[in-house]
Ligand binder design. Structure first.
Ligand code: WT7
Length: 659
């Protein structure tokens, strides 16, 4: 047993035999050298020069890796570069100015294309505008936008002037935005009036306004007018209209600011084991090299492709694989504003068909939804342009893998099951589609140059097929450099647990449990910390619980992940709540939903709120979340003798059966 609260059971193993990627794919793959794993191992860390070589550097680096201050690793030191230059200028200068950079598909069926030159022009105008508003290098600019082209434009404008961006997912609440802006001391915000949610106009600026009320610092805000007449808004002091700013700076260019490789490119908040979100810091040179290399080697992105990652840019997947990786490689990246089932369930397949998409990358939870809807939707469309499929965010069960392979990939496309995290910056475990066999259900081997191991609590490798902690035993260029809150928390969260500092052995703790087979293929089993992964979104149990206990009448609360769904794979949240006496359960349930929506956003909405007179606790008073998870998921219960109140377990089981 490896965990505190999380994984503790068996995960189905695929009995399917390994699949060879089709020869036709291998023949054209960006990386098809069978010896690539061995070469990276032999040449480590110099192997990572291949990644850095995908970029243009203002100054060449003199050292690939500095590791004398582990775990504060430094990559490509001495080198200087600009991320926006690498994503735009060099393609414009290189004769590809009229090539499509972004194809945008709006929620209401509208679509637009930005060529590299058009994107370059707008990024420059916005960069000039931000400068005029006072943004300087190293000022954190918060971006709170839905999936519209202004979002990547704002990111690149920040990168151009050396201002780290902190993108906050548009669906998060005002409170969540305020917490993140406060933590980052961010005095600039780019947001919009509103956007369409399933066809209805939704007021985003109202949320942003509420967030700013909670902040001590003065904030200068840029507002994109997305809805026009449909949602009129008035700009106050320190608020500027995005398009007015562009007009005022028409045709201006801003020299890209040359950044040291280790300078911060962006900050991304993610959930950890405590209620306070963690500000993950990514560095310019290592991150961009890694995003570009993994897009090239794993996602097989080519400049002439139309490539679609159907994630949201508000999360790391969108940063690395909608914006930075694909644009660094000069491809056409598709940006989709909507949801898969609006206006109907043909939407994604219709977009793939109309745009002749080559590579499609999505999450298992989406694939399982497509399965439920039925194969008639993809089958109705010509998806033969597809060459490669990818998944990310959670384990993909073999049945969903097979369905994706058959009904989306036409039985021809290899699938890459890519394991990574906000902190890793890019894919760390996956097959290389031009090199490695696929095993449905297992993510694959570590990427060349990445050292993934499954270890016990002391950091020692466990035997093949045995469960343990997933650790990365060598640094990699895309790794986070620290947490914005400070180096101590960085060391505590990721390095203390499995490392042996005296022996100078550092192992990065991923927070996941996994097992590895004889061939080195890793099967990820899930989180072992107090983080719940809901449809690819990371939530901390404490974040949700703190919102619940704020509700009047609530005495205590504990939340756990529930694996439901027809095949026992999709995760939702179950909240167990005890109330004060004489409380009105129905009213409290309603208030809990509202409180969670206010504190975090609709993504954290619990599937069930279960009332209980008491929560199961150890004699020392610690809530037994693991037991609650077992009750929720109908698992056999382990030893309950450590409980102070074992009688509560039977009551909870009965309550769950009724739900
Ligand atoms: C957690 C990271 C960067 C991806 C988007 C989520 C889980 C991610 C897989 C996979 C099994 C996966 C892990 C990881 N996860 N990819 N292919 N197979 N689990 O980023 O929010 O930082 O979450 O997502 O539990 O730790 P994130």
């Amino acid at each position: 047993m490896v965990d505190r609260n999380g994984w503790d059971g068996e995960v189905p193993v695929s009995d399917a035999s390994p699949r060879r990627p089709p020869e036709s794919f291998v023949a054209q793959a960006n990386v098809a050298d069978e010896a690539v794993h061995e070469k990276f191992a032999d040449e480590w860390p110099a192997c990572w020069e291949r990644a850095a070589a995908l970029l243009d550097w203002d100054e060449p680096y003199d050292t690939v890796l500095e590791d004398d201050d582990a775990p504060f690793y430094r990559w490509f030191t001495g080198g200087r570069l600009n991320a926006a230059y690498n994503c735009l200028d060099r393609h414009v200068e290189g004769g590809r100015k009229n090539h499509a950079a972004i194809r945008w598909e709006g929620k209401r069926g509208e679509s637009t294309t930005y060529t590299y030159r058009e994107l370059y022009v707008e990024v420059n105008e916005l960069a000039a505008s931000l400068r005029e508003l006072g943004v300087e290098a190293d000022d954190v600019v918060t971006i709170y936008l839905p999936m519209i082209p202004e979002l990547p434009t704002a990111m690149l404008a920040c990168a151009r002037i050396g201002a780290p961006h902190s993108v906050v997912f548009a669906g998060l609440s005002a409170d969540a935005l305020a917490t993140r802006m406060d933590a980052a001391d961010s005095e600039y915000l780019v947001t919009c009036d509103g956007y369409y949610r399933r066809g209805d106009a939704f007021n985003q600026k109202g949320k942003a306004d509420n967030a700013l009320l909670e902040l001590d610092q003065d904030v200068t805000t840029v507002v994109v007018d997305r809805l026009g007449e449909e949602l009129p808004h008035v700009l106050g002091a320190s608020e500027y209209d995005y398009h007015d700013l562009l007009d005022a700076h028409r045709g201006e260019t801003v020299d890209p600011v040359s950044r040291a490789a280790e300078d911060m490119l962006f900050l991304m908040y993610t959930s950890g084991t405590t209620g306070r979100p963690k500000g993950v810091v990514h560095a310019t040179g290592g991150y961009l090299s890694y995003a570009a290399w993994t897009s090239h080697a794993v996602l097989d992105v080519k400049p002439e492709d139309t490539y679609w990652c159907a994630a949201d840019i508000g999360w790391i997947t969108g940063h690395s694989y909608i914006v930075y990786g694909p644009l660094a490689l000069g491809t056409t990246t598709l940006l989709y504003e909507g949801t898969p089932d609006y206006p109907d369930r043909n939407r994604l397949w219709e977009i793939i068909e109309r745009n002749a998409v080559d590579v499609f990358y999505t999450a298992p939870t989406a694939i399982r939804a497509f399965m439920k809807w039925g194969e008639e939707y993809p089958d109705r469309h010509d998806l033969s342009s597809l060459r490669l499929l990818g998944t990310v965010g959670e384990p993909i069960n073999p049945r969903a893998w097979e369905w994706y392979h058959e009904h989306v990939g036409g039985g021809e496309c290899p699938i890459v099951d890519t394991w990574w995290q906000t902190e890793t910056g890019g894919i760390a475990i996956s097959t290389l589609p031009g090199v490695d066999d696929m095993k449905p259900g297992a993510a694959g081997p570590a990427l060349p140059g990445v050292d993934a191991r499954v270890v016990d609590g002391a950091g020692e490798a466990v035997d093949p097929e045995e469960a343990g902690y997933l650790a990365l035993a060598r640094p990699w260029p895309g790794m986070l450099r620290t947490l914005y809150e400070g180096d101590d928390r960085f060391v505590d969260e990721y390095w203390r647990r499995l490392s042996d500092p005296d022996a100078d052995e550092w192992r990065y703790f991923t927070g996941d449990a996994a097992r590895v087979d004889e061939d080195g293929y890793v099967t990820v089993l899930g989180r072992v910390d107090d983080v719940i992964n809901v449809s690819g979104h990371r939530l901390s149990t404490m974040e949700v619980e703190s919102a619940i206990v704020e509700v009047e009448g609530v005495a205590e609360a504990a939340v756990v992940g529930a694996t439901g769904g027809s095949d026992g794979t999709d995760t939702g949240i179950f909240a167990y709540v005890s109330t004060e006496r004489d409380a009105d359960a129905a009213a409290i349930r309603e208030a809990i939903h509202e409180a969670i929506e206010d504190a975090i956003g609709p993504i954290a909405r619990p599937e069930e709120v279960v009332f209980t007179p008491e929560l199961p606790k150890t004699r020392s008073g610690k809530i037994m979340r693991r037991l609650l998870a077992d009750v929720t998921n109908g698992e056999e219960l382990g030893d309950t003798s450590a409980l102070r109140n074992p009688e509560i377990v039977g009551e909870l089981q009965a309550a769950i059966r009724e739900e």
